[in-house]
Ligand binder design. Structure first.
Ligand SMILES: C[S@@+](CC[C@H](N)C(=O)[O-])C[C@H]1O[C@@H](n2cnc3c(N)ncnc32)[C@H](O)[C@@H]1O
Length: 335
């Protein structure tokens, strides 16, 4: 339906969003639902592309266009390639996820194939908040002496606003090489989810997602958005957990007022640490250091046995001098 050159502008936007969301060098890219390979035609200039697509016809088309890319027949809900990529790209094929369960499975596929520090980009045609009924038309004449031609009308509407789908009816006028024309009708049922649902499912999988406007010369500003995700080795769940446990210990022992500094340290170390256990130790150590250096409590957190020195964190627990331990987040008031 679309000619490869139509994709140059948008593919550049996807490339930049993938590179920007990653915190590792982006060399390899997996596309889930790559169709005829139109985006891949441009993305392969920047990445080594692996293309997953369930339709043999689409794969054949894409193999002809992108012979240097690896092609795999598969469904984005369950394909498992046994390796990871610096980036995972999911373009409009994600619209075929029509239930929350299918969408979650596709997101999980992207997550398990995304390397730590890598990125993933999801580009649904619509989210619930910006969906509007519309009509669109287009088509192409054959090239290089091919006398065939096609024009289409696409009618997009949401007959059941309370469910997770909308409908696109396509009417195609197909001109054959002998000059005869025929009309075909095709109906696509596509998925429609709220921004909040998208963000919730992406976070549940372990991604850190950001909503990004899709600024394209042929699209109305503010009507299209994509979800650019980072797969940080230290996820926002790791960060929230250490903040929560440290806050509880600090509240119980020295009181409130240090939340912003704990949060700042927890964010700062995220960027420079790749092991969750080491991350917790570094944040805790820095909070201790802060309390000692600024004379907030030079023994924090004081050993409950001798009260003469701080306890140190080992394996997620504070250790006292008699060998007893208290898990991080479970200190009791010493006042
Ligand atoms: C509109 S086309 C994609 C065009 C593509 N963005 C391009 O650049 O050429 C949508 C594709 O999604 C694929 N698709 C549908 N369900 C899928 C699934 N469960 N997993 C992966 N791909 C799927 C279809 O086979 C179809 O090729």
């Amino acid at each position: 339906m679309s000619a490869p050159e139509d994709y140059a502008e948008e593919a550049a936007l996807y490339r930049d969003a993938l590179v920007d969301a990653a915190i590792r060098n982006s060399v390899t890219c997996l596309e889930l639902g790559s169709g005829g390979g139109n985006n891949a035609l441009f993305l392969k200039e920047r990445f080594t592309m692996t293309l997953v697509e369930p339709s043999e016809g689409m794969l054949a088309h894409s193999r002809a266009l992108n012979p240097e890319c690896e092609h795999v027949r598969g469904d984005m809900r369950d394909v498992r390639l046994g390796t990871t990529f610096d980036c995972v790209f999911v373009h409009d094929a994600v619209m075929y996820m029509t239930t929350e369960d299918d969408l979650q499975r596709a997101i999980e596929t992207a997550f398990v194939h995304c390397a730590d520090g890598g990125s993933a980009l999801f580009c649904p045609d619509h989210v619930k908040e910006n969906f509007e009924s519309s009509t669109d038309h287009g088509g192409h004449d054959g090239k290089h002496g091919d006398r065939r031609a096609m024009r289409y009308l696409a009618w997009t509407r949401d007959p059941e606003p309370d469910d997770t789908t909308y409908t696109v009816d396509y009417a195609y006028v197909l001109r054959e090489a002998d000059g005869t024309t025929r009309v075909e009708h095709d109906r696509h049922i596509e998925g429609l989810f709220s921004r909040e649902t998208w963000l919730r499912l992406l976070r549940k999988a372990g991604f850190d997602p950001k909503v990004m406007p899709l600024r394209h010369s042929e699209l109305e500003a503010g009507k299209h958005e994509m979800f650019a995700c980072t797969k940080a080795a230290i996820t926002s769940a790791h960060k929230a957990s250490v903040i929560d446990r440290l806050r509880r210990d600090v509240h119980a022992t020295v009181g409130p007022g240090y939340e912003a500094r704990i949060e700042w340290l927890a964010e700062m170390h995220r960027e420079f640490t790749s092991e969750p256990e080491v991350y917790v130790e570094r944040v805790v150590e820095d909070v201790q250091q802060l309390f000692h250096d600024e004379f907030i409590d030079t023994d924090w957190p004081a050993c409950p046995v001798c009260r003469r020195h701080p306890m140190w964190l080992r394996d997620g627990a504070w250790g006292a001098c008699d060998g007893s331990t208290v898990p991080l987040g479970e200190l009791r008031s010493t006042k």
